[in-house]
Ligand binder design. Structure first.
Ligand code: BG6
Length: 497
């Protein structure tokens, strides 16, 4: 979806300001993503980056630290020209110590950028969202929010509808909505984009993509990692706000939306928004019946003993590290098809997938002893750990038999690889950074989407606040609390585990 305009060594006069350059996200994702784009020749020859953080540091020392992380990376190691690419990257990069919320610091930054300050500037806000408004104002006062400046906002946009609105209003005072790029890195994952290709680039699925043929949908984001020392952030958010409000909701929207007229950002956002507006509101009765929240206690994950969340945090807390929800989309296409959403930390395996569970055949002509049960078709769109789309189909077991035809379920796999030239996996941020540089906001999240999604999630939070019990414990290394299984089994369904 990224239309390349600025890369392949061309000239673009574009610059990137990265706020929060000294933070964890920059070190783990953003600087590597930028470097890998450079490595692949996708950044314009004169593209420049200013990394901004409060800490006093020199460009040399900052980059030396960044290189330590990058030189361990399989992708860097696999590239024969990575040393030369790193030299090129260093020449583009300036570290700038400043307080991004201060107009005078932003004026200093503008002076450092010279004429580039009024050219095409992408400003990446990888800071706490509580600073987004103040940073926007400081940029404006410092002369860095010209008409060609675009703002990329990291999640979380708020922790409820009210705070999300406040952040959006504060940013909107400086940047018009068409210049605001709210990033959800899940939309940069290869298989998520492939879901759009699968649904709208083929004629096969669309006639079946509705409540006549589909029994239910499951969307799972399971992580083996725990919260660890990220708890000061996490404790304020929990799994519902950290993962479900954004990543799971976006996957739900792309799975459930109507075909957009084209890939224009407005067309796609409108279809996603229609899905969010059709979600059945979560009142207290619905929340009691249709949600499960859990918190991991000590256990064993991938053969290793690990602590519970309370030990990591150092004090008891009601923050959930697991959530499962049965959501209903009240529209013609999806009436009666539950969407089961779940995400958790300290799960037995890392797995992100969308499962489209089709209905069983209306009548089996294969009935009889030893002929095998018919398994209903299942389309599994897997994002992690491997990127793969597979369709479970019933097949005749090869060979002869006097007892008649035997059947077995076999997956038809469309392994797309989703890999870079050197065989390693791309960071989701790479494709989104390219899109933002090209001004293509199709895979970014609109203001109304964010706010509509919060309004729905607030219903769940509100009910949980008034519930008699907090999250249910589950041992690290299992698929969440047992109540999560009851959630699907109650209607005769089962999580795919
Ligand atoms: C982030 C969450 O948005 O996504 C983290 O804040 C989570 O808690 C991460 O671990 C998962 O992303 P991915 O791409 O590793 O699945």
């Amino acid at each position: 979806m990224a239309k390349m305009k600025s890369g392949a060594g061309g000239v673009s006069d574009q610059s990137l300001i990265l706020f929060g350059a000294g933070g964890d996200l920059s070190a783990r994702m953003l600087i590597p993503a930028l470097f890998f784009l450079d490595l692949d020749g996708l950044l314009a020859a004169d593209f420049r980056i200013w990394g901004v953080s409060r800490r006093e540091d020199t460009t040399e020392a900052f980059l030396a630290e960044a290189w330590r992380g990058l030189s361990e990376n399989a992708r860097t190691r696999a590239a024969p020209n990575s040393d030369a690419a790193w030299k090129r990257f260093q020449a583009r990069f300036t570290y700038f110590a400043a307080d991004a919320t201060k107009a005078e610091d932003m004026a200093r930054l503008r002076d450092d950028m010279g004429e580039r300050a009024t050219g095409e500037v992408l400003v990446y806000f990888a800071t706490s969202p509580s600073l987004f408004g103040a940073i926007s104002l400081a940029l404006q006062a410092g002369g860095l929010a010209g008409p060609k400046t675009r703002a990329v906002l990291e999640k979380p946009i708020g922790r409820d509808l009210e705070s999300a609105r406040a952040i959006n209003d504060a940013v909107a005072a400086v940047f018009s909505e068409d210049r605001v790029f709210r990033i959800d890195h899940y939309l940069g994952k290869e298989t998520v984009q492939n879901l759009i290709a699968l649904r709208f680039g083929n004629v096969l699925f669309e006639p079946l993509w509705n409540n006549l043929s589909i029994d239910h949908v499951q969307i799972t984001i399971a992580e083996t990692g725990g919260v660890g020392d990220r708890w000061p952030y996490y404790d304020e958010y929990g799994a519902l706000r950290d993962m479900l409000q954004n990543h799971l909701m976006q996957l739900l929207c792309l799975t459930a939306m109507e075909p957009p007229s084209d890939l224009d950002p407005q067309a796609v956002r409108w279809e996603k928004l229609k899905v969010l507006r059709s979600l059945r509101p979560m009142d207290r009765a619905e929340v009691k019946h249709s949600t499960v929240r859990g918190q991991y206690v000590a256990g064993v994950v991938e053969g290793e003993r690990v602590e519970g969340y309370v030990q990591e945090r150092g004090a008891p807390t009601d923050t959930e590290t697991y959530v499962a929800i049965r959501a209903e989309i009240d529209n013609w296409r999806w009436a009666g098809v539950p969407f089961y959403l779940r995400t958790g930390k300290r799960m037995p395996e890392r797995r992100t997938e969308i499962v489209i569970q089709f209905k069983p055949v209306p009548h089996s002509i294969f009935a009889g002893e030893g002929r095998g049960d018919l398994v209903a078709n299942q389309l599994v769109i897997r994002l992690q750990p491997e990127e793969d789309i597979s369709l479970l189909l019933m097949n005749k077991t090869p060979g002869l038999s006097r007892e008649g035809m035997r059947l077995e379920a076999l997956p038809l796999s469309l392994s797309n690889g989703g890999k870079a030239k050197d065989g390693t996996r791309r960071i989701a941020y790479e494709s989104l950074l390219l899109d933002a540089l090209d001004g293509n906001s199709t895979l970014f999240v609109g203001r109304e989407e964010v706010e509509t999604s919060w309004a729905w999630v607030d219903g769940v939070e509100e009910a949980w606040r008034h519930a008699a019990h907090g999250p249910k414990p589950y041992a690290a290394g299992v698929w969440g609390p047992s109540a999560a299984h009851a959630l699907t089994e109650r209607s005769g369904r089962q999580w795919r585990e």
